[in-house]
Structure formats: structure tokens, C-alpha cells
Design a protein around this ligand. Sequence first.
Ligand code: 13P
Length: 252
Amino acid sequence: MRKKLVAGNWKMNTTADEAVKLAKEIKARLTGFNGAELLICPPYINLIPVHKVIEKSVIKLGSQDLYYEKSGAFTSGISGEMLKSAGCHYVIVGHSERRAIFGDTDELINKKLQAALGIGLIPILCIGEKLEDREAGLTEKVIESQLDGALMGFPTDWMSNMVIGYEPVWAIGTGKTATPEQAESSHKFIREKLTRDFGNQVADELTILYGGSVNSDNSDALIAENNIDGFLVGGASLKAESFEKIARSASK
Ligand code: 13P
């Protein structure tokens, strides 16, 4: 069955103390919650202290990235095994900020996805077009090529352990969220492509999150769309109150 998921991507925010405080506030507000699956993704350095706060709760832990090698001379790299041992269930891969600022390519993303799946982490593969792509009518072309690159050579059974995050770059951190119709159109396109590439069952069961200026005022309308299964939330996940509201909205 397709599951609902609400994930908070804290990006490069929170000191150790702030991360623990925020995790405690989120936990307190969502104790016993069983609507959608809940996930928070703090910066690497705060994974372990946050895990201590949430380990016996309904909230799962995720990382914002990983490196694909298992171990060795990869200064500053963090492996999937390290993330697992820190308590992670999920890992975000291919976020547009990784692509644009740190130069992650489809080829690298493909390797990171393989590494995540190989160690039993659920990757959240992020894709999405830039404003100039959308304005040039290239949204679907970009999405298609990002999926082709990231998933190249993947057998069908790997796809049942993955989540996809559609995050139009122009909507990230801008307060300019995609309309429910725009988001649904891309989500539908993604699901149709996955149906062609991996079959009905995989596509039907795959959770596709929307991300890009999601807040507690626009989440109800977005989640009402057929192919939107939850959210990848940036800014609004840094406040326990708005994260809670979005989580509850996604569970209606
Ligand atoms: P905002 O919700 O701040 O727009 O960020 C979205 C995002 O990039 C989540 O990964």
C-alpha cells in the first residue's frame, strides 16, 4: 500500500542544543500520532543527539545526504552504514541544493541511491525543474531525464524501497508554492513514467512527496490531490507547531 509520509528537511539549521529542543517539541506534539509516517532530517552532526530524543517515538530519523563508498579515505564523507548506526531509516538523495551548490550529478545520485538501498536505508530521491525549465515548457523533460539518470540500471524490486520527492526548484524557500494543479500534474507524470519503466504495482505503491514552500495554509489543498502522498518540508519543519499542523493535514 502507498504510505503517507511527512518529512522535515532541516537543511543547515540548528546547533546541537537547538536540534534537541526542536526534536523534543515535535515529539511532545505528536506523541502517539499514527496518521502519516513522520520523519525529521537534521544535519549530520545532530543525528545522534536527535535520535536519542525520538528513538522510542513515532518519529523516524533521516539524513540529508550520504556518500556512496563504504569507508576509507574520503575526507568528510559519511557512509550509509554510519547513518544506519546513528539510527537513520531514511536518507534524502539528490536534493536540488546538493545538485546546484555541491555539484551532485545524476551519475553520483545513482551511486548514492544504490549505496542507500544496499545498506537498507530508504532513499528519498529528489527531482524537480528550475524556473527557466518550466517557462520553456521543459518541466516533464527535466523530470524524465532526472529519473532516467538516477534510476539507470535499477531492477524493479529496488523500487519498492524508495520514495520520490518532487520539488520544483522555483518553489523551494521562495514562498511561491506550486498550485495543487501544477504539483498534481507533475506527480501524475512521474507515476505514469514509473508505470512504463517499472510496471503498475511499483508505480501505484510508490510514495511521491511534494516539496517547495509547503506550510500549514497550503497543505490541505495539496494533499487533496490524487498523486500527492505527503510532503518534504523545509522552512516550516523548523517550527514544531507548523510541522505538527502539516503532519495532521497530510493525515486527513
Ligand atoms: P522549503 O519548504 O523551505 O521551501 O524547502 C523545501 C525543501 O527543499 C525540502 O527539501
